[in-house]
Ligand binder design. Structure first.
Ligand code: GDG
Length: 500
């Protein structure tokens, strides 16, 4: 029996992510910096814990600084966002040469890891230059993390062991350099990694020429977290088959370098109450209440299955002409990664498809698709979630997908709408009461949309109420608590089913 006799983790959190929880903006005239807040669920949940525990946040500030010593401004007094309480002394900025950053971020992260980890190897490019810069950037993040740890140890002598929490596919290599340096300098810490995107099966993962290094990088942490069990099992499988590690599939443990690494499913949630409040207070955006709205909200990304969704909607209008004039698809596509050619090409393709479908069916009084290529405000988004008849969350592959959860939270009307979800999103694993839809089966997807549009009221109420209670219970604070608990004292049974 292998047991870990670690003390519960009460220490502070040192979060390491590609971006800081806000971006910096430089005033052209005065050259002074100010913060622009971001309001994502992750930031909402994690920032308060960092603030309360007097922790630190290591990340790229979104612009080029004159140097890493350039002071970070305090938040604006009018700032009401969760990061407002994050003092500048709690921020460690990572400044990178723009060329190296471009190769690491647009190259290795977005042209290689993003498609590969979403099981779309045909879209991935493999470049040793990009990889070299990925290594360089990860090393630099590790160096800044060590500086953060030193600062933390100096200022918080009696505050327990800090947790260094590294986020996402941008930083899969950083942990070993942090570990080595921390050991050398006697800076006590515990380390965790969380991947926000899927972890692919071995047969896809091994296509990456430096896949061993990635696994070793992630295994530098004490715990590696993924959204769902399937990604955990893929990771454990890769560790065994690539590196020959001893593994325990039942308890999700991997032995590596004389240590036992815990692998955990930690499905992320949303700030549920915040979305309910937004939905309760947001003014109506849809003026014509007779028109049923089928809603889609995504970054414009090929993983989100937008082309398939538009084709499915077209098929619906062909098969079930009774919806013409009565139903519109409102698709919000947020511009994303416009520096990458594939994303610009996708925009062209979607623009043309929307134009063709609208050209085919539009009448004097109705257009089938309303297409917004822009970011809409939080309140407007909540109003749309609240008043839509159907929400289509139909990615080809998605780590979790928060839109599905936000839609459900905002469904406060007496007669709720219907969620349609792809089984290839992490969220599809748990949201059993939603209608499942395989986005690759265009005609069947049309059937599912029809079923959603014609579902009896009592069935909608029943399904939505179950979906809502789950999201309320498993919100983002629950995610944060589960993470902290998983980093505390845990007992393990044997490293059982090993095949080595
Ligand atoms: C990655 C993983 C995983 C979108 N458009 C607007 C807007 N949004 C907000 C949504 C939601 C977020 O963006 C998108 O989150 P997703 O989860 O859908 O997708 P990714 O950006 O790909 O995130 C994903 C996530 O990390 C967390 O771990 O779930 O699988 O790929 O919050 O509301 N917000 C506003 N206007 C918009 O137009 N205000």
């Amino acid at each position: 029996t292998v047991t870990h006799a670690e003390t519960p983790c009460k220490g502070s959190l040192i979060v390491v992510s590609n971006r800081l929880p806000f971006v910096l903006v430089r005033n052209e005239e005065t050259q002074s910096l100010s913060r622009k807040a971001s309001a994502g669920g992750l930031v909402t949940a994690v920032a308060p814990v960092v603030i309360r525990g007097n922790g630190l946040w290591v990340g790229w500030p979104g612009i080029q600084l004159t140097s890493e010593e350039e002071p970070i401004p305090e938040s604006d007094p009018s700032d009401q966002t969760p990061t407002a309480g994050l003092k500048s002394s709690q921020v460690v900025s990572v400044n990178l040469d723009p060329k190296i950053f471009d190769s690491y971020y647009n190259g290795c992260c977005n042209k290689t890891f993003w498609p590969l980890f979403h099981s779309m190897p045909g879209r991935a490019t493999f470049s040793s230059d990009h990889w070299k810069n990925y290594v360089t950037v990860n090393k630099h993040f590790a160096k800044r993390t060590i500086e953060a740890l030193e600062k933390h140890h100096k200022n918080n002598k009696s505050n327990g062991t800090p947790i260094v929490w590294i986020h996402d596919y941008h930083l899969m290599l950083a942990s070993n350099w942090v570990r080595e340096q921390a050991e050398e300098r006697k800076l006590e810490c515990r380390m965790a990694f969380f991947l926000h995107i899927p972890f692919p099966p071995w047969d896809i993962f091994r296509l990456f020429p430096w896949s061993d290094e990635i696994l070793q990088g992630m295994l530098g942490c004490d715990m590696v977290g993924f959204h769902i069990q399937d990604y955990c099992l893929n990771f454990v499988d890769c560790c065994q088959r690539n590196l020959g590690c001893r593994v325990d599939r039942n308890n999700l443990l991997v032995e590596h370098g004389g240590r036992t690494v815990r692998v955990r499913p930690l499905p992320i949630g949303i700030p549920y109450d915040r979305f309910v409040h937004l939905a309760e207070t947001a003014e109506k955006v849809l003026k014509t209440s007779k028109m049923k709205i089928v809603l889609g909200v995504d970054r414009l990304d090929y993983t989100k299955g937008l082309v398939n969704r538009l084709q499915a909607f077209e098929s619906l209008l062909v098969k079930y002409p009774e919806h013409r004039g009565k139903v519109s698809l409102l698709q919000i596509s947020v511009p994303s990664r416009t520096d990458v050619k594939e994303y610009r090409e996708l925009k062209e393709e979607v623009d043309q498809l929307v134009g063709r479908i609208n050209g085919r069916f539009t009448t004097a009084n109705w257009a089938p698709i309303r297409y917004i290529y822009d970011y809409v405000g939080q309140a407007e988004l909540a109003a749309l979630y609240r008043d839509a008849a159907v929400c289509l969350v139909t990615p080809l592959r998605d780590g979790m997908n928060l839109v599905a959860k936000e839609f459900v939270a905002c469904q406060i009307n007496k007669v709720p709408g219907v969620l349609v979800i792809s089984p290839f999103a992490g969220a599809g694993e748990m949201m059993h009461e939603a209608l499942q839809c395989n986005p690759y089966e265009i005609d069947d997807a049309a059937e599912v949309i029809h079923r959603a549009l014609t579902m009896p009221e009592d069935e909608r109420i029943l399904r939505m109420s179950r979906l809502r209670s789950r999201e309320q219970e498993c919100d983002v604070n629950h995610w944060m608590r589960t993470f902290m608990k998983a980093m505390g004292t845990v007992e393990f049974d044997d490293i059982g089913t090993t095949t080595m």
